[in-house]
Design a protein around this ligand. Structure first.
Ligand SMILES: CC(C)(COP(=O)(O)OP(=O)(O)OC[C@H]1O[C@@H](n2cnc3c(N)ncnc32)[C@H](O)[C@@H]1OP(=O)(O)O)[C@@H](O)C(=O)NCCC(=O)NCCS
Length: 192
């Protein structure tokens, strides 16, 4: 990971956020954060308690991101509180390294206030500076807020895995594939 300098940004309501690279010392907070996001359920596949994040697994995740070129792990902090996380990874083969995928999560109590926009804008600027050609993601069709954010920042739908996810209620969600091409727009429609 190219370690970037911490930056301050403002949410829509003028609350100051610090965006910085994740560090090994964040592992405890990160594990608690992941548990909270999974327990909340919005936009996640896992059921509450289904996956366990340990301090060791978080340390390893942070270390992998810090050690790998063109991977990025950034956290958003407000008054020392950990409120958001974005991880981005380019492909691990020569022919896949021009592009990558990200995951983005905001602490439930801080959603809808602009932190996701801030973190994703940071990623797009960082990727653009490095010549990364494609930023991709998968998102549940039920995650309306996430899809609205991605569309707002220029991501377009490429396709869907229909009914990929089935909830205990018997309802389904699709997995939606989306992408942004920072260095030049590309028509995302599948080619025949
Ligand atoms: C998705 C997520 C990262 C977005 O971060 P956030 O800080 O809540 O998002 P922001 O406040 O920056 O922006 C959300 C945008 O969507 C809009 N929005 C929210 N709900 C919406 C809805 N149901 N329909 C349409 N637009 C909606 C908001 O108005 C806002 O746009 P605006 O800035 O033009 O007003 C965050 O909500 C989250 O962690 N959700 C749960 C996990 C998740 O879904 N992660 C994505 C996995 S791919």
């Amino acid at each position: 990971m190219t370690v970037t300098d911490p930056r301050a940004g403002l949410l829509g309501d003028a609350v100051e956020v610090v965006v910085r690279c994740a560090e090994a010392a964040d592992a405890v907070e990160l594990a608690a954060f992941h548990e909270e996001v999974q327990a909340d359920g919005e936009g996640v596949v896992g059921r509450p308690g289904e996956h366990v994040w340990t301090v060791e697994s978080e340390e390893a995740w942070i270390e992998r991101h810090r050690a790998t070129d063109d991977w990025l792990a950034v956290v958003a902090m407000i008054d020392g509180e950990f409120i958001g996380l974005l991880g981005f990874e380019v492909g691990d083969r020569a022919r896949l390294r021009h592009q990558g995928e990200f995951g983005l999560w905001i602490r439930p109590s801080w959603r809808g206030r602009g932190a996701g926009t801030l973190l994703l804008t940071e990623l797009i600027t960082w990727a653009d500076d490095r010549g990364i050609e494609r930023i991709g993601l998968t998102v549940l069709s039920t995650a309306e807020r996430a899809i609205a954010l991605y569309r707002k920042l220029g991501f377009r739908e490429e396709g869907r895995r229909i009914r990929q996810v089935k909830f205990a209620s018997g309802e389904y969600a699709d997995q939606v594939l989306m992408a942004l091409f920072p260095v030049g727009d590309v028509d995302p429609r599948p080619r025949a």
